[in-house]
Design a protein around this ligand. Sequence first.
Ligand SMILES: *Cc1c(COP(=O)(O)O)cnc(C)c1O
Length: 306
Amino acid sequence: MTSSDDPGSGALAGLRPRLPSPLREVVDERFARRGVRLLLKRDDLIHPELVGNKWRKLAPNLAAAAGRTVLTFGGAYSNHLRATAAAGRLLGLPTVGVVRGEELAGRPLNPSLARCAADGMRLHFVERSAYRRKSDPGILAAVLRAADAVDAYVVPEGGSNPAAVRGCRALGTELVGHADVAAVACGTGGTLAGLAAGAGAGMRVLGIPVLRGGFLADGIRDLQTGAFGGPRGEWSLDDRFHFGGYARTTPELTAFAEDFEHRHGVPVERVYVAKLLYALVALAEENAFPRGSTVAAVITGRPFPG
Ligand SMILES: *Cc1c(COP(=O)(O)O)cnc(C)c1O
């Protein structure tokens, strides 16, 4: 690990994470009757504002930014933009959020973007086709010029670069010896890429993509190659639980999430965590987990506004 990857380094002391995050068993008869133990890995408790996997992914990038302006990308409800803005306020770093959708520029900010702005993030709205092509170096350079941030430290959309993936390795090592299966919801898959590397051989890592499309596995292999030089760990994806795509939901999923909150007293974030927990209950019903096994569900976030 290089020192710039070390989230414990002095510059980040103001972030005060709760690490390792708590790991708690919950008794849920839908698992118990199959002889399966369910653990909740409470990454939602790592930090009140840099919630969950966002802390693990951002911390090494904030260290690498070394005081420069941090610029990143997201949609109008992005958890990643809110976390970056909060980090900027806590560390005294200037932040710029490049937001998808030029048409949002003249309108009142939604609660998520309003929180970003209140934390001091400068918002720069970009037309959708340019936003889509932002990894093209020419387009990126034009966006940085237009945002008046040519010297910024750039973190990609969703925050998944090699430093972020290495930052998520600790999530896996924290579970070694406690779980046979670790399960996590996937957006970019950066969290799973790091988790699987830290978990190593002997733990199965299961990813539940919340986006439609079924192209995520290649992206995760690329992220692992970028972060570690090659594939790591024993992971797989189950593409059946996206409920129509990103931020889509159904009455059944909403009812499931409310019921889970009542049973276990844990707030269930709806875009990612609800789909993960739903998937695990369905898989238990299919006898996908051997009797006697322990499954750890990573609670990667918390509802906003909470
Ligand atoms: C961002 C986010 C994820 C997705 O993480 P990836 O590393 O992009 O797969 C999962 N859960 C929550 C709550 C998130 O905010």
